[in-house]
Ligand binder design. Structure first.
Ligand code: TXA
Ligand code: MG
Length: 330
């Protein structure tokens, strides 16, 4: 992880954040994946404020963030060995484990389900905050419901403004995409959301089959296709077809913004473009910022070049497919 971009947050700011959290307020904070919108996980009224600020349905569960893996047993019960192994290898890090919840975990956090999502983030500011707070912080991504997750403090300000009591600015997030989610509450571990930690890495540690989401698998809450979308309609398109699609839009009098990762800039007065990094990690880090920038161009459509095959692109492909899904256009 690139630490040079991590901005320090003062002890005073952490102290103020803890006072706000203890008082039932909302604090946005950086993690290595995206910024989270945090509240005291044991205070249902505070957690409800998260839903109000995001405009998110209350049935959606939120992840509880912990300072370290030793707290796992306080938040979950019947923890399988596989979960302990994953926590041991990948925490702190971009992995969320879905486990059976401990009794104290409020319904407001779990969406009334018997499971809870837990994660130990690998970000010095998140870690310092969690340690100073001394308990779990419930936090979804700090964006309005269905929108792009924020990867800078400015994004959070733009998304939530006065709806959040404090924003801790830790600089841009190193990974830029949300955590990998693995459900360990059922008979087989199941991948609910791809992320930086890949299926191969998980399988190496699990040593049991991992159920992958397929067309027949039940849809987990929050993995709905309405997520991760810019406001401008977005189309995924092969590299070869990009120039022609932009040209066609031009002949219809439409303006296009293009996110490409290998092609030379495309011409045409109707076109504006960003050349994204061709390497998966760097592409992921910049993806949401790039989509936000293209979203602000006030064009008719965002064309995104399809990313290459290969596991290292799985999380990026997943988010792009969700952003392009016709569902969120309605
Ligand atoms: O990287 C991340 O995971 C970021 C940072 C802030 O930690 N958080 C994040 O939270 O992306 P959110 O709420 O935007 O997405 C969490 C996902 C949602 O799809 C939610 O439905 C799922 O986790 N989730 C949380 N608890 C769950 C549970 N008990 N059962 C099933 N899914 C759960
Ligand atoms: Mg989210």
């Amino acid at each position: 992880m690139r630490t040079r971009e991590v901005k320090a947050v003062s002890v005073r700011e952490i102290e103020r954040a803890v006072v706000i959290l203890r008082g039932g307020g909302l604090v946005a904070f950086p993690t290595e994946t995206v910024y989270g919108l945090g509240a005291d996980a044991l205070n249902p009224a505070a957690v409800k404020k998260i839903f109000a600020a995001k405009g998110r349905p209350e049935s959606h569960p939120v992840i509880v963030h912990l300072a370290d893996a030793s707290q796992l047993a306080r938040w979950a019960r019947g923890i399988p060995k596989a979960a302990l192994r994953l926590a041991d290898v990948f925490w702190p890090g971009p992995l969320t484990l879905i486990l059976r919840r401990a009794e104290k975990v409020p319904d407001a956090v779990t969406g009334g389900q018997d499971t809870v999502g837990l994660r130990v983030p690998a970000h010095p500011v998140a870690h310092t905050l969690l340690q100073a707070f001394g308990s779990g912080i419930a936090a979804p991504s700090a964006n309005r419901f269905g929108r792009l997750s924020p990867t800078t403090a400015d994004h959070v300000r733009g998304e939530l403004g006065e709806r959040v009591d404090m924003i801790l600015d830790g600089g841009p997030c190193a990974l830029g995409l949300e955590s990998t989610i693995v459900d360990l509450s059922g008979s087989h571990p199941a991948l609910l959301r791809p992320g930086k930690i890949s299926v191969s890495e998980l399988k190496k540690v699990l040593k049991t089959p991992l159920v992958l989401p397929g067309p027949t698998s039940p849809r987990a809450p929050g993995t709905m296709t309405v997520h991760y979308a810019p406001l401008t309609p977005l189309r995924l398109i092969s590299g070869k077809a990009l120039a022609e699609a932009a040209h066609e839009l031009g002949s219809l009098g439409k303006r296009a913004a293009i996110l490409t990762y290998r092609h030379a800039p495309l011409g045409g007065a109707n076109v504006t473009w960003i050349a994204a990094p061709a390497q998966a990690t760097a592409y992921a880090r910049a993806l949401y910022s790039n989509l936000r920038r293209l979203d602000q161009k006030r064009v008719d459509v965002i064309l995104v070049e399809e990313v290459p095959p290969g596991e290292e692109w799985d999380a990026v492909r997943d988010r792009l497919e969700k952003a392009a899904s016709p569902k969120e256009r309605s």
